[in-house]
Design a protein. Structure first.
Length: 287
């Protein structure tokens, strides 16, 4: 057995691609997204809206990133015709080994939840630094649906039987992190996605329960410790919804974080309506 002699730095990224990075079969945007991600250098990568992807897309893009696919899970509910949405999880085999993985939460998640049991390559056969990585995409439809999905993950906010102590949660959680400057900035027909709906149908404040219940359960949000707490991952792409919100999250449990940021550049803003969220952790180090 090889013991892990030092804490291993790993980079985790979550990124919503917007319609698979494709447009009428043209993968120009997807290739540019892949180049951007390659520059950022993830060891663990969660991608949402892999719309229209085949296994060939997944394998080719994994090769270009020097990564291997863990799984690609299709959305459970399709609300419009067209190619299916998908959520993927990839790892860099030179730094992380996949000990096991599952698609879980079937029948609960609108999109998907992928769970992987991972081990740093540097740990050899020592399970002491194993950790869990979750890749997910919470429901767009309502705070109630997202809260139900979040409850599938609260157990991992602390020690849980049969699971490694450390955990990463990477995904588009579709949950506002703040009130908007003015609710008139959000089209009326979209407000039910983000707000409490009172018994008479009137709207209330932003529904943040899905993330709040995760944080109350022990998950930590690195954005509270690093960089600009007001940094947003959406709000720049649509003139009729210019709301700076963070809907994309990298949460940690039982892991130390060494850096965290939202990759916000003019080039990144051209590639999707979401920005990549980057979280550097030290595996083998607890918070």
């Amino acid at each position: 057995m090889t013991a892990l002699k030092a804490h291993v730095p790993l980079r985790a990224i979550t990124y919503n691609l917007l319609l698979g990075g494709l447009h009428a079969g043209d993968d120009t945007r997807l290739r540019a997204q892949t180049e951007m991600l390659a520059h950022l250098g993830p060891d663990v990568l969660s991608r949402q809206e892999c719309t229209g992807w085949t296994n060939q897309h997944l394998r080719r893009l994994a090769d270009e990133l020097g990564m291997v696919p863990v799984d690609m899970a299709p959305t459970r509910v399709r609300r419009a015709p067209g190619p299916p949405n998908g959520t993927t999880l990839l790892v860099r085999p030179s730094s992380v080994r996949v000990m096991d993985h599952w698609i879980v939460g079937e029948g609960v998640f609108h999109h998907a939840l992928i769970r992987a049991w991972l081990r740093p390559v540097a740990a050899g056969d020592d399970p002491g630094s194993d950790f869990t990585a979750f890749a997910t995409h919470f429901s767009w439809s309502s705070g109630d649906a997202r809260l139900n999905e979040a409850r599938m993950l609260t157990d991992y906010g602390g020690p849980f039987p049969g699971a490694p102590r450390g955990a990463l949660l990477l995904g588009d959680l579709n949950t506002p992190d703040r009130e908007p400057p003015d609710w008139s900035l959000v089209p009326a027909n979209l407000q039910s996605r983000y707000r409490f709906v009172k018994s008479g149908g009137a709207f209330g404040r932003a529904d943040r329960r899905a993330v709040q219940v995760l944080l109350k359960s022990g998950w930590r949000d690195p954005q509270t410790d690093f960089g600009d707490p007001e940094a947003a991952s959406v709000g720049y792409a649509y003139s009729n919804e210019p709301v700076p919100w963070r809907l994309d999250y990298a949460l940690v449990s039982g892991l130390a974080v060494s850096d965290y940021f939202i990759h916000d550049t003019p080039g990144a803003r051209e590639l999707s309506d979401h920005l990549p969220v980057v979280c550097d952790v030290m595996v083998g180090a607890s918070s």
